[in-house]
Design a protein around this ligand. Structure first.
Ligand SMILES: Cc1ncc(COP(=O)(O)O)c(C=O)c1O
Length: 387
């Protein structure tokens, strides 16, 4: 069977590789602890589950979703209220908000909506691997801008070569950042707006970790910066703040023309999100504070535990303030892969190698805090015994 050439350029998806490795070890009786994947084990709030069950009973919701690919108006209105309250961003639910089947869907359809084959799409290195795959699937060309610790993990836009800029049509950014945990500043976002205007580049700011912040870090939307709506969109998601990764619901906001293009792709690809899930998501967004505060308290404790353990084995570092990941420097002279392999072979603990996110991830590993407390404690005990 012939498969498309464009798929040949896409490496195996990191988490599929990890999943296979874990399944093999578990089949051999090894008690593997997986700190590699960012998928919260803590449950979705009960009121959200109740709303889903109630709405699922109503046959009207068994038909194609209301407003199909746009997302139902009630959901878009709730997103607009949430954005106004939490990020001080004013959005018109008609035209400036779109429902998504998760932020990942939005990334993919954004690219299909705005680039032509052969165009360049800018992303960061390290960066979320799905961006590169979507760029290839659109027969476009990724250009990775280094994101270095010495620049606070913000890409230096001035370093992008002029010939690349001429061909660049879009850019992915993501703060709070996966995998580094770094947060952006308003000043950086203002530079991005000017850069996008100067070079006619459509920005997609992927912001699914917008609520996962520590040490008083300010919540920040790209759209809160003057001019952002002229050049780009922001994606967000219910996955992380409400422990709803499996529900597949998110949203896109901002520039009307980009959203219309994204919507046109969706119109011909999916028919929107199950109504009952949209109603449940409205419930989640309405009860924002309690759920989010609870979730943050859990991650704060887990972060503390990991940082204390790492300090005991001589790995002290200043963590970034965002996401439920810790971007951890490997011991001096040890590569990402060697560190990852040692943890797996000697402690049966799986972590993600920094290089899975790009060459500038060398020298780091990423640990996710989305496992049960007891398993994290066990993982930390095992790691201490190895070092
Ligand atoms: C940067 C980034 N964008 C998007 C996603 C996917 O989010 P969603 O569940 O909303 O599709 C993830 C998930 O890990 C992510 O890290």
């Amino acid at each position: 069977m012939q498969v498309a050439d464009r798929l040949q350029k896409i490496p195996p998806y990191l988490f599929v590789t990890l999943r296979n490795k874990i399944a093999k070890a578990r089949a051999e009786g090894v008690d593997v602890i997986n700190l590699g994947v960012g998928d919260p084990v803590d449950p979705t709030p009960p009121s959200v589950i109740e709303e889903l069950c109630r709405r699922a009973q109503d046959p009207i919701n068994h038909q194609y979703p209301i407003d199909e690919e746009k997302g139902m108006l009630a959901f878009r209105q709730e997103v607009a209220r949430w954005y106004a309250k939490r990020y001080e961003v004013e959005l018109n639910p008609e035209g400036e908000v779109l429902g998504l089947i998760g932020s990942k869907e939005g990334c993919h359809h954004f690219i299909l909506g705005v680039v032509n084959p052969g165009d360049v799409v800018l992303m960061t290195d390290p960066g979320y691997p799905a961006y590169r795959a979507s760029i290839y699937m659109a027969s476009a060309e990724p250009y990775a801008v280094p994101m270095l610790a010495e620049n606070h993990y913000l890409p230096n836009l001035g370093d992008i070569p002029p010939d690349i800029l001429k061909r660049a049509k879009a850019m992915f950014l993501n703060y709070p950042n996966n995998p580094t945990g770094a947060c952006a500043t308003r000043a950086f976002f203002s530079r991005v707006v000017k850069f996008a205007k100067d070079h006619d580049i459509a920005i997609c700011h992927d912001n699914p970790y917008s609520e996962i912040l520590f040490n008083g870090q300010e919540r920040l939307s790209f759209l809160s910066v003057p001019g952002a709506k002229d050049v780009g969109i922001e994606l967000n998601s219910l996955s992380k703040p409400y422990n709803m990764t499996g529900w597949r619901i998110g949203m896109a906001m901002g520039n009307k023309e980009i959203l219309a293009a994204l919507c046109k792709v969706k119109e011909n690809t999916d028919s929107g999100i199950f109504n009952a899930i949209q109603y449940a998501a409205i419930k989640a967004l309405q009860q924002e504070d309690g759920n989010i505060a609870k979730m943050l308290a859990i991650y704060t404790q887990r972060r503390k535990l990991v940082l204390e353990t790492l300090a005991k084995i001589g790995l002290s570092f200043i963590p970034q303030n965002g996401t439920f990941y810790l971007w951890i420097p490997a011991p001096k002279g040890v590569t990402s892969i060697n560190f990852t392999t040692t943890l797996f072979e000697k402690a049966s603990v799986v972590v993600a190698a920094g290089t899975a996110y790009g060459q500038h991830g060398e020298g780091y590993i990423r640990i996710s805090l989305t496992v049960p407390d007891k398993r994290l404690e066990e993982a930390m005990e095992r790691i201490q015994k190895v070092f």
